[in-house]
Design a protein around this ligand. Structure first.
Ligand SMILES: [Fe+2]
Length: 197
């Protein structure tokens, strides 16, 4: 073996640094006053707590849409398969928007599945494949939980003066969820398929 030449550039990546990780840069649940956005620490803390709840619920709902996209069967297979995936994509957009708002406010966004599972208020669906009307009912229940929280959180963000968070909750989260409720709900109206009653 050649002796190590200290003047030669080292091209070896430094691996496994997580094994002796120093203290984290920022603890989950705290807010830091990094960005000059004109909001007090107390206001940002309250908004971050609300947004992390919305984030965990949005990740859960997003994933429920993908589960149902894969598992749906029946005469409405094609339309539901496509619709579920469209809603999955829209919920994915919301996930990113909410998480980035949390970071802007100086918080730490919840991210990993196990942490999301601990935090979410959306009931856990079974691993099993279910009938389309049951899928739809589960999705509508999840949307309703999200929307009730949105109304509560939007008011609180308005009262505290966090206009950006209020706008995000109303214009993005609430509007998207209301629209999706409409598209999904109309599938479980019992109407004649071929011949008028
Ligand atoms: Fe797909």
């Amino acid at each position: 073996m050649r002796p190590v030449d200290r003047n030669e550039p080292q091209v070896q990546p430094i691996l496994n640094q997580q094994k002796n990780a120093p203290a984290p840069l920022q603890k989950y649940g705290t807010v830091s006053q990094r960005l000059p956005i004109g909001l007090t620490e107390q206001v940002r803390q309250e908004s971050v707590t609300m947004l992390n709840q919305l984030l965990a619920d949005t990740i859960s709902l997003r994933d429920m849409y993908k589960k149902h996209h894969w598992q749906v069967v029946g005469p409405t297979f094609y339309q539901l398969h496509l619709l579920y995936d469209k809603h999955y994509e829209e919920q994915s957009e919301l996930v990113d928007t909410i998480a980035e708002r949390i970071q802007i406010l100086g918080g730490v966004a919840v991210a990993m599945a196990a942490d999301v599972a601990e935090l979410t208020s959306i009931p856990r669906p079974p691993k099993d494949r279910e009938e389309a009307p049951v899928q739809v009912s589960r999705l509508l229940e999840a949307h309703q939980i999200m929307l009730k929280n949105c109304h509560d959180y939007a008011k609180r963000a308005d009262d505290s003066g966090d206009d950006g968070t209020n706008d995000l909750i109303v214009s993005d989260v609430m509007r998207t969820n209301e629209m999706q409720v409409w598209f999904v709900s109309e599938h479980v109206v019992d109407t004649p398929l071929a011949r008028a009653d």
